[in-house]
Design a protein around this ligand. Structure first.
Ligand code: NDP
Length: 308
Protein backbone atom coordinates (compact mmCIF):
# COMPACT_ATOMS: atom_id res chain seq x y z
CA UNK A 1 0.00 0.00 0.00
CA UNK A 2 1.48 3.35 -1.04
CA UNK A 3 0.40 6.44 0.89
CA UNK A 4 0.59 9.57 -1.21
CA UNK A 5 -0.58 13.17 -1.29
CA UNK A 6 -1.88 13.31 -4.82
CA UNK A 7 -2.95 10.65 -7.30
CA UNK A 8 -3.77 11.67 -10.87
CA UNK A 9 -5.72 9.40 -13.20
CA UNK A 10 -5.40 10.13 -16.91
CA UNK A 11 -2.67 11.28 -19.27
CA UNK A 12 -4.21 13.78 -21.63
CA UNK A 13 -3.43 17.50 -21.46
CA UNK A 14 -5.51 17.78 -18.25
CA UNK A 15 -3.68 14.98 -16.40
CA UNK A 16 -0.18 16.05 -17.42
CA UNK A 17 -0.84 19.73 -16.70
CA UNK A 18 -2.14 18.75 -13.26
CA UNK A 19 1.04 16.69 -12.80
CA UNK A 20 3.27 19.63 -13.77
CA UNK A 21 1.58 21.95 -11.28
CA UNK A 22 1.27 19.35 -8.52
CA UNK A 23 4.94 18.39 -8.73
CA UNK A 24 6.04 22.00 -8.64
CA UNK A 25 3.88 22.42 -5.52
CA UNK A 26 5.76 19.50 -3.88
CA UNK A 27 2.74 17.20 -3.84
CA UNK A 28 4.90 14.39 -5.30
CA UNK A 29 2.07 13.23 -7.57
CA UNK A 30 1.80 9.78 -9.08
CA UNK A 31 0.03 9.78 -12.45
CA UNK A 32 -1.46 6.65 -14.01
CA UNK A 33 -1.72 6.89 -17.75
CA UNK A 34 -4.85 4.79 -18.25
CA UNK A 35 -6.03 2.88 -21.28
CA UNK A 36 -4.77 5.37 -23.90
CA UNK A 37 -1.45 6.86 -22.75
CA UNK A 38 -1.46 10.44 -24.00
CA UNK A 39 -5.24 10.47 -24.37
CA UNK A 40 -7.38 11.41 -27.34
CA UNK A 41 -4.76 13.70 -28.91
CA UNK A 42 -2.64 10.67 -29.75
CA UNK A 43 -5.44 9.52 -32.05
CA UNK A 44 -5.36 12.71 -34.13
CA UNK A 45 -2.60 13.88 -36.41
CA UNK A 46 -1.34 17.46 -36.42
CA UNK A 47 -2.54 19.90 -33.74
CA UNK A 48 -2.60 23.40 -35.16
CA UNK A 49 -4.79 25.26 -32.67
CA UNK A 50 -2.81 24.86 -29.44
CA UNK A 51 -1.24 28.25 -28.69
CA UNK A 52 2.54 28.32 -28.81
CA UNK A 53 3.05 26.03 -31.81
CA UNK A 54 3.05 28.33 -34.85
CA UNK A 55 3.92 25.44 -37.17
CA UNK A 56 1.59 22.96 -35.42
CA UNK A 57 2.68 19.83 -33.60
CA UNK A 58 1.89 16.16 -33.91
CA UNK A 59 -0.49 14.94 -31.17
CA UNK A 60 1.86 12.17 -30.05
CA UNK A 61 4.78 14.60 -29.90
CA UNK A 62 2.82 17.07 -27.79
CA UNK A 63 1.87 14.37 -25.31
CA UNK A 64 5.48 13.12 -25.12
CA UNK A 65 6.58 16.69 -24.42
CA UNK A 66 3.94 17.12 -21.70
CA UNK A 67 4.94 13.80 -20.13
CA UNK A 68 8.63 14.80 -20.08
CA UNK A 69 7.77 18.22 -18.68
CA UNK A 70 5.82 16.60 -15.82
CA UNK A 71 8.65 14.14 -15.16
CA UNK A 72 11.22 16.94 -15.14
CA UNK A 73 9.55 18.34 -12.02
CA UNK A 74 9.39 14.92 -10.39
CA UNK A 75 5.96 13.58 -11.33
CA UNK A 76 5.96 9.79 -11.15
CA UNK A 77 4.29 8.77 -14.41
CA UNK A 78 3.25 5.12 -14.50
CA UNK A 79 1.50 2.76 -16.87
CA UNK A 80 -1.67 1.27 -15.44
CA UNK A 81 -5.42 1.53 -15.17
CA UNK A 82 -7.39 2.28 -12.01
CA UNK A 83 -9.70 -0.67 -11.46
CA UNK A 84 -11.34 0.20 -8.15
CA UNK A 85 -11.88 3.38 -6.13
CA UNK A 86 -13.45 3.97 -2.75
CA UNK A 87 -14.17 7.65 -2.17
CA UNK A 88 -16.29 7.13 0.94
CA UNK A 89 -13.53 8.26 3.32
CA UNK A 90 -10.19 10.06 3.18
CA UNK A 91 -7.49 9.11 2.36
CA UNK A 92 -9.12 7.61 -0.71
CA UNK A 93 -8.50 3.98 -1.50
CA UNK A 94 -7.56 3.32 -5.12
CA UNK A 95 -6.54 0.03 -6.73
CA UNK A 96 -4.59 0.00 -9.97
CA UNK A 97 -4.49 -3.01 -12.31
CA UNK A 98 -6.37 -5.04 -9.74
CA UNK A 99 -3.43 -5.37 -7.37
CA UNK A 100 -1.56 -2.14 -6.62
CA UNK A 101 -3.16 -0.28 -3.71
CA UNK A 102 -2.97 3.41 -2.81
CA UNK A 103 -4.15 5.66 -0.07
CA UNK A 104 -4.33 9.14 -1.57
CA UNK A 105 -5.03 12.40 0.28
CA UNK A 106 -6.29 13.96 -2.95
CA UNK A 107 -7.44 12.47 -6.23
CA UNK A 108 -7.44 14.29 -9.56
CA UNK A 109 -9.64 12.61 -12.16
CA UNK A 110 -8.63 13.40 -15.74
CA UNK A 111 -9.79 10.21 -17.41
CA UNK A 112 -11.24 12.06 -20.40
CA UNK A 113 -13.87 10.98 -22.85
CA UNK A 114 -13.99 8.80 -25.88
CA UNK A 115 -15.76 9.63 -29.11
CA UNK A 116 -18.51 7.30 -30.15
CA UNK A 117 -17.93 5.47 -33.42
CA UNK A 118 -20.41 3.64 -35.65
CA UNK A 119 -18.62 0.34 -35.21
CA UNK A 120 -18.02 -0.44 -38.90
CA UNK A 121 -14.86 -2.44 -39.72
CA UNK A 122 -14.03 0.03 -42.54
CA UNK A 123 -14.29 2.89 -40.03
CA UNK A 124 -11.61 1.29 -37.85
CA UNK A 125 -9.48 0.54 -40.91
CA UNK A 126 -9.41 4.16 -42.07
CA UNK A 127 -9.13 5.83 -38.66
CA UNK A 128 -6.45 8.51 -39.01
CA UNK A 129 -6.56 8.01 -42.82
CA UNK A 130 -9.66 10.10 -43.47
CA UNK A 131 -11.84 8.97 -40.57
CA UNK A 132 -11.79 11.39 -37.65
CA UNK A 133 -13.96 12.27 -34.68
CA UNK A 134 -12.71 15.86 -34.44
CA UNK A 135 -13.32 18.36 -37.23
CA UNK A 136 -11.67 21.15 -35.24
CA UNK A 137 -8.49 19.05 -35.03
CA UNK A 138 -8.37 17.51 -38.50
CA UNK A 139 -10.67 19.58 -40.74
CA UNK A 140 -7.87 21.77 -42.02
CA UNK A 141 -6.34 18.82 -43.92
CA UNK A 142 -9.44 18.71 -46.12
CA UNK A 143 -9.27 22.24 -47.50
CA UNK A 144 -11.17 22.46 -50.78
CA UNK A 145 -12.05 18.78 -50.57
CA UNK A 146 -15.37 16.98 -50.08
CA UNK A 147 -16.19 15.53 -46.67
CA UNK A 148 -19.06 13.99 -44.72
CA UNK A 149 -20.16 14.46 -41.13
CA UNK A 150 -22.39 11.92 -39.35
CA UNK A 151 -24.84 13.07 -36.69
CA UNK A 152 -27.71 15.48 -36.23
CA UNK A 153 -26.87 17.14 -32.93
CA UNK A 154 -25.18 20.44 -32.10
CA UNK A 155 -21.72 18.96 -32.47
CA UNK A 156 -22.45 17.60 -35.94
CA UNK A 157 -23.96 20.91 -37.04
CA UNK A 158 -21.09 22.91 -35.59
CA UNK A 159 -18.55 20.66 -37.25
CA UNK A 160 -20.41 20.73 -40.56
CA UNK A 161 -20.48 24.56 -40.43
CA UNK A 162 -16.78 24.71 -39.60
CA UNK A 163 -15.92 22.29 -42.39
CA UNK A 164 -18.14 24.19 -44.84
CA UNK A 165 -15.91 27.23 -44.32
CA UNK A 166 -12.84 25.34 -45.55
CA UNK A 167 -14.09 22.43 -47.64
CA UNK A 168 -15.76 22.37 -51.05
CA UNK A 169 -18.77 20.21 -50.22
CA UNK A 170 -19.99 18.88 -46.86
CA UNK A 171 -22.55 16.08 -46.60
CA UNK A 172 -24.34 15.85 -43.27
CA UNK A 173 -25.58 12.27 -42.79
CA UNK A 174 -28.57 12.23 -40.42
CA UNK A 175 -30.41 9.04 -39.52
CA UNK A 176 -33.68 10.77 -38.54
CA UNK A 177 -35.93 12.97 -40.74
CA UNK A 178 -34.95 15.96 -38.58
CA UNK A 179 -31.97 17.52 -36.82
CA UNK A 180 -31.72 17.29 -33.05
CA UNK A 181 -29.54 20.41 -32.86
CA UNK A 182 -30.73 23.78 -31.53
CA UNK A 183 -32.90 25.85 -33.87
CA UNK A 184 -30.10 28.35 -34.47
CA UNK A 185 -27.68 25.62 -35.51
CA UNK A 186 -30.30 23.99 -37.72
CA UNK A 187 -30.95 27.28 -39.44
CA UNK A 188 -27.25 27.80 -40.05
CA UNK A 189 -26.70 24.35 -41.49
CA UNK A 190 -29.80 24.36 -43.67
CA UNK A 191 -28.84 27.76 -45.08
CA UNK A 192 -25.22 27.06 -45.87
CA UNK A 193 -25.04 26.47 -49.63
CA UNK A 194 -22.23 23.89 -49.56
CA UNK A 195 -23.79 21.72 -46.83
CA UNK A 196 -26.10 19.03 -48.18
CA UNK A 197 -28.16 17.36 -45.46
CA UNK A 198 -28.96 13.73 -46.21
CA UNK A 199 -31.89 13.00 -43.90
CA UNK A 200 -32.87 9.42 -43.14
CA UNK A 201 -29.52 8.07 -44.28
CA UNK A 202 -27.14 5.69 -42.57
CA UNK A 203 -23.58 4.78 -43.43
CA UNK A 204 -23.31 1.20 -44.62
CA UNK A 205 -19.58 1.26 -45.36
CA UNK A 206 -16.68 3.68 -45.68
CA UNK A 207 -14.84 3.21 -48.96
CA UNK A 208 -11.16 3.75 -49.54
CA UNK A 209 -7.82 2.59 -50.84
CA UNK A 210 -4.20 2.54 -49.63
CA UNK A 211 -4.20 6.35 -49.48
CA UNK A 212 -7.28 6.60 -47.28
CA UNK A 213 -10.97 7.38 -47.60
CA UNK A 214 -12.45 7.87 -51.07
CA UNK A 215 -16.17 7.63 -50.39
CA UNK A 216 -19.04 6.22 -48.38
CA UNK A 217 -21.79 3.79 -49.18
CA UNK A 218 -25.07 5.09 -47.76
CA UNK A 219 -28.41 3.41 -47.26
CA UNK A 220 -31.59 5.38 -46.80
CA UNK A 221 -34.45 4.31 -44.55
CA UNK A 222 -36.16 2.62 -47.51
CA UNK A 223 -33.09 0.47 -48.17
CA UNK A 224 -31.96 2.42 -51.26
CA UNK A 225 -28.17 2.56 -51.54
CA UNK A 226 -26.07 5.41 -52.91
CA UNK A 227 -22.41 6.41 -52.92
CA UNK A 228 -20.83 9.75 -52.14
CA UNK A 229 -17.25 10.64 -53.08
CA UNK A 230 -15.42 12.12 -50.11
CA UNK A 231 -11.89 12.44 -48.72
CA UNK A 232 -12.83 12.86 -45.06
CA UNK A 233 -15.44 11.16 -42.87
CA UNK A 234 -16.16 12.85 -39.54
CA UNK A 235 -18.03 11.24 -36.65
CA UNK A 236 -20.09 13.60 -34.48
CA UNK A 237 -22.46 11.20 -32.77
CA UNK A 238 -21.50 12.04 -29.22
CA UNK A 239 -18.87 11.18 -26.62
CA UNK A 240 -18.73 8.89 -23.60
CA UNK A 241 -17.02 10.33 -20.51
CA UNK A 242 -14.80 7.73 -18.87
CA UNK A 243 -16.53 7.71 -15.49
CA UNK A 244 -17.73 4.13 -14.96
CA UNK A 245 -15.51 3.77 -11.87
CA UNK A 246 -17.14 6.72 -10.16
CA UNK A 247 -20.81 5.92 -10.66
CA UNK A 248 -22.56 6.08 -7.29
CA UNK A 249 -19.56 7.81 -5.66
CA UNK A 250 -19.47 11.23 -7.35
CA UNK A 251 -22.28 13.40 -8.68
CA UNK A 252 -22.47 12.91 -12.43
CA UNK A 253 -24.77 14.64 -14.90
CA UNK A 254 -27.33 12.75 -17.00
CA UNK A 255 -24.70 11.95 -19.62
CA UNK A 256 -22.21 10.69 -17.04
CA UNK A 257 -19.90 13.74 -16.93
CA UNK A 258 -18.50 14.60 -13.49
CA UNK A 259 -20.17 17.65 -11.97
CA UNK A 260 -17.83 20.30 -10.60
CA UNK A 261 -18.55 23.36 -8.55
CA UNK A 262 -18.81 26.31 -11.00
CA UNK A 263 -15.48 28.01 -11.59
CA UNK A 264 -13.50 25.27 -9.86
CA UNK A 265 -12.48 21.62 -10.17
CA UNK A 266 -14.14 20.57 -6.87
CA UNK A 267 -16.39 17.54 -7.25
CA UNK A 268 -19.14 16.45 -4.87
CA UNK A 269 -16.50 14.75 -2.68
CA UNK A 270 -14.06 16.96 -0.78
CA UNK A 271 -10.51 16.19 -1.91
CA UNK A 272 -11.55 14.78 -5.29
CA UNK A 273 -11.02 17.08 -8.26
CA UNK A 274 -11.95 16.67 -11.92
CA UNK A 275 -10.26 18.15 -14.97
CA UNK A 276 -10.54 17.98 -18.73
CA UNK A 277 -13.09 16.24 -20.93
CA UNK A 278 -14.35 14.01 -18.11
CA UNK A 279 -16.12 17.09 -16.77
CA UNK A 280 -16.54 19.08 -19.99
CA UNK A 281 -19.32 18.14 -22.41
CA UNK A 282 -19.13 21.51 -24.12
CA UNK A 283 -15.68 22.67 -25.23
CA UNK A 284 -13.61 19.46 -25.46
CA UNK A 285 -10.43 21.27 -26.52
CA UNK A 286 -6.87 20.44 -25.45
CA UNK A 287 -6.19 23.97 -24.32
CA UNK A 288 -9.31 23.99 -22.13
CA UNK A 289 -8.37 20.60 -20.67
CA UNK A 290 -4.86 21.83 -19.89
CA UNK A 291 -6.28 24.89 -18.15
CA UNK A 292 -8.60 22.81 -16.05
CA UNK A 293 -5.72 20.45 -15.13
CA UNK A 294 -3.93 23.48 -13.74
CA UNK A 295 -7.05 24.41 -11.75
CA UNK A 296 -7.31 20.89 -10.31
CA UNK A 297 -3.71 20.90 -9.09
CA UNK A 298 -4.08 24.35 -7.54
CA UNK A 299 -7.36 23.29 -5.89
CA UNK A 300 -5.70 20.13 -4.54
CA UNK A 301 -2.76 22.11 -3.19
CA UNK A 302 -5.07 24.60 -1.44
CA UNK A 303 -7.23 21.80 -0.09
CA UNK A 304 -4.19 20.09 1.48
CA UNK A 305 -2.99 23.38 2.99
CA UNK A 306 -6.41 23.88 4.57
CA UNK A 307 -6.28 20.39 6.07
CA UNK A 308 -2.94 21.02 7.79
P1 NDP B 1 -26.09 14.50 -29.23
O1 NDP B 1 -26.28 13.30 -28.41
O2 NDP B 1 -26.92 15.71 -28.98
O3 NDP B 1 -26.38 14.12 -30.77
C1 NDP B 1 -25.86 12.96 -31.31
C2 NDP B 1 -26.35 12.87 -32.73
O4 NDP B 1 -25.75 11.72 -33.30
C3 NDP B 1 -27.86 12.69 -32.83
O5 NDP B 1 -28.34 13.33 -33.98
C4 NDP B 1 -28.00 11.18 -32.98
O6 NDP B 1 -29.11 10.80 -33.72
C5 NDP B 1 -26.77 10.86 -33.77
N1 NDP B 1 -26.34 9.49 -33.60
C6 NDP B 1 -26.07 8.85 -32.44
N2 NDP B 1 -25.68 7.59 -32.67
C7 NDP B 1 -25.73 7.43 -34.01
C8 NDP B 1 -25.45 6.37 -34.88
N3 NDP B 1 -25.03 5.19 -34.42
N4 NDP B 1 -25.60 6.56 -36.22
C9 NDP B 1 -26.00 7.75 -36.71
N5 NDP B 1 -26.27 8.81 -35.94
C10 NDP B 1 -26.14 8.64 -34.61
O7 NDP B 1 -24.52 14.78 -29.18
P2 NDP B 1 -23.71 16.13 -29.47
O8 NDP B 1 -22.28 15.75 -29.35
O9 NDP B 1 -24.15 16.75 -30.71
O10 NDP B 1 -24.10 17.08 -28.26
C11 NDP B 1 -23.87 16.69 -26.90
C12 NDP B 1 -24.37 17.80 -25.99
O11 NDP B 1 -23.51 18.93 -26.11
C13 NDP B 1 -25.78 18.28 -26.37
O12 NDP B 1 -26.47 18.61 -25.21
C14 NDP B 1 -25.52 19.49 -27.20
O13 NDP B 1 -26.62 20.40 -27.20
C15 NDP B 1 -24.27 20.07 -26.52
N6 NDP B 1 -23.51 20.86 -27.46
C16 NDP B 1 -23.71 22.20 -27.44
C17 NDP B 1 -23.03 23.00 -28.30
C18 NDP B 1 -23.28 24.44 -28.25
O14 NDP B 1 -24.15 24.86 -27.51
N7 NDP B 1 -22.57 25.24 -29.00
C19 NDP B 1 -22.05 22.47 -29.27
C20 NDP B 1 -21.92 21.05 -29.22
C21 NDP B 1 -22.64 20.29 -28.34
P3 NDP B 1 -30.59 10.78 -33.08
O15 NDP B 1 -31.04 12.21 -33.04
O16 NDP B 1 -31.30 9.92 -34.06
O17 NDP B 1 -30.45 10.13 -31.73
Amino acid sequence: MEEIKCLILGSGPAGFTAAIYASRANLAPILYEGITPGGQLTTTTEIENFPGYPEGIHGTQMMDDLRRQAQRFGADVRTGIATHVDLSSRPFHVVVDGTKEFKADTLIIATGATAKYLGLPSEAKFRGMGVSACATCDGFFYRQKDVAVVGGGDTACEEASYLASICRQVYLIVRKPFLRASKAMQHRVLNTPNIKVLFEHNTAEILGDDNGVTGALLRDNHGVESTINIDGFFLAIGHHPVTELFVGQLDLNDEGYIKTRPGSSHTSVEGVFAAGDVKDPTYRQAIVAAGSGCMAALDAERFLLEQE
